[in-house]
Design a protein around this ligand. Structure first.
Ligand code: COA
Length: 179
C-alpha cells in the first residue's frame, strides 16, 4: 500500500473507510427532499406507513383498515381548506405532510416511511412545507414520548404551549405563531 496519494500509480483506485458521522453527513448532503401534490399511486404506500407498529407506537393512533383509510384520504384530498403534499426523497415516495382544520384550529401532521427516518428528512420536509403553507398559527399535537417529532417541530420554530412540564399530559401542543 503506498503511503502517499502521489505514490499511487495513475488510474489505480483506493478505498477509504470513513467514520459513521462523516458518512451520515455526506448522505444528508446528497439527499434531495421535495414536496409535490399527492398522486393516487402514493396512497398504497401511505396505507402501509400508517400500519407500521413502530410508527403507531410513536403517534398513539390506531391504524385504519383499507375502507376507513380510503374514506379518510378521500376527505383529505377533497378538502378546500387543507394542504397536503407527498414527500419525495431522491425521487422516491417517502411520506406525506398535511395541514388541516380541527376544532377551528389549523393543525399539521406528517408521516415518513421508517426506511427514511433519522436522516433529517422530516425537518427538511417541514421547512419546505412552511414555505408553502403560510397560514398561522399552526398547531401540532404530539405524544410526549415522540421525541423525534417534538425535535423536528422545535427545529422548525414551533414552541410548546402545553404538555412540556405537566407529567399528567400524554400529549404536548406546540404552535408556530404568526409574525
Ligand atoms: C417523527 C418522524 C417524522 C421523524 O422523522 P425524521 O426524518 O427521522 O426526523 P429528523 O431526522 O428530521 O429529526 C429527528 C430529530 O429528533 C432527534 N431524535 C430522534 N429520536 C430521538 C429520541 N428518541 N430522543 C430525542 N431526540 C430524538 C434526532 O436526533 C433529530 O434531531 P437532530 O437533528 O437535532 O439530531 C418519523 O419518525 C415518523 O414519521 N414517525 C411516525 C409518524 C410520526 O410520529 N409523525 C409525527 C406525528 S406528531
Amino acid at each position: 500500500m503506498p503511503e502517499r496519494l502521489d505514490d499511487l500509480p495513475r488510474g489505480e483506485e483506493i478505498s477509504v473507510s470513513l467514520p459513521p458521522t462523516i458518512c451520515a453527513a455526506v448522505s444528508r448532503m446528497n439527499q434531495q427532499v421535495q414536496l409535490r401534490d399527492v398522486e393516487p399511486d402514493d396512497l398504497p404506500l401511505f396505507f402501509e406507513h400508517q400500519r407500521d407498529p413502530e410508527a403507531l407506537a410513536m403517534v398513539m393512533f390506531n391504524s385504519r383498515d383499507r375502507p376507513a383509510f380510503d374514506a379518510h384520504w378521500a376527505k383529505i384530498l377533497a378538502s378546500e381548506t387543507g394542504l397536503t403534499k407527498t414527500i419525495i426523497v431522491n425521487g422516491q415516495t417517502a411520506g406525506h405532510i398535511v395541514s388541516f382544520i380541527r376544532d377551528g384550529e389549523r393543525e399539521i401532521g406528517y408521516w415518513l416511511d421508517r426506511a427514511f427516518w433519522g436522516r433529517g428528512i422530516a425537518t427538511q420536509a417541514l421547512s419546505a412545507f412552511l414555505q408553502m403553507e403560510k397560514r398561522r398559527p399552526l398547531h401540532a399535537g404530539v405524544a410526549k414520548h415522540n421525541s423525534a417529532s417534538m425535535r423536528v417541530l422545535q427545529k422548525c420554530g414551533f414552541r410548546f404551549v402545553s404538555g412540556e412540564q405537566d407529567p399528567g399530559d400524554s400529549h404536548a401542543i406546540l404552535i408556530l405563531a404568526g409574525t
